[in-house]
Design a protein. Sequence first.
Length: 298
Amino acid sequence: MQYNHLKILEAESIYVMREVAAQFERPFLLFSGGKDSIILAHLARKAFYPAAIPFTLLHVDTGHNFPETLAFRDALMEKLGARLVVRYVQDSIDQGRVVEETGPYASRNGLQTVTLLDALAEFKVDAAIGGARRDEEKARAKERFFSHRDEFGQWDPKNQRPELWNLYNGRKHLNENFRVFPISNWTELDVWQYIQMEGIELPALYFTHERDIINRDGVLLAASEVVYPVKDELVERKTVRFRTIGDMTCTGAVESTAAHIDDIVDEVASARITERGARADDKRSEAAMEDRKKLGYF
């Protein structure tokens, strides 16, 4: 298989990361434990090797993460020798900063915006690197590589800077910051082909396995102490995998027998639904993602 286009994408992403290191004083890399943030950590390692990764990694833990994700996160941090900071949505709830949703359809996914903004303010972060891609969801396509945020951490999609000839403007006023997206030009297929090319390890959730599942309005949620059947819903044992990993209350699985990277590459190449098509949080409204991003969500 030819990987020429992946080498071009890799070089672009590494260039963006080096620009971040050059232009900002306190850059952080947001790490969720999902494949995109794992790739960012891999790219950061390649960008600055043999030096250490110059970014502190930040994980916002909703308290409803998959245990497999947290175990993989800790093992990877030890392997990379990277500094990881974790901030918890539960602390934001306990401090009265946010009010937890109630009921069987409750989710903490939206609450993590406040926890994230508080963490960025706590560490005076001037650039937060994330793994968003333009093919994930339509609101993502409005972002720049260097996406400006105002002093409240909010995003104005109509007031972003042009990026011509790979020139990125990181100038800002006091308390403003940037979100930086080094893999903006990658697709889900590019991500999986890059994982295949580089032999990158991933959480087992991405590969086929049997799991108790609840079909909630067409989204296959993993049954757990925070996701339980209501009304006529049933818990069924299914062979599934996850295309994206996030909060258990809103991250849907897909039925799949893809057990290896090669299988997943073939599966993604023929897919007609985006990976976020299985995210329940994106189904709350037509502009759900854009509304959250305007408030400071990554």
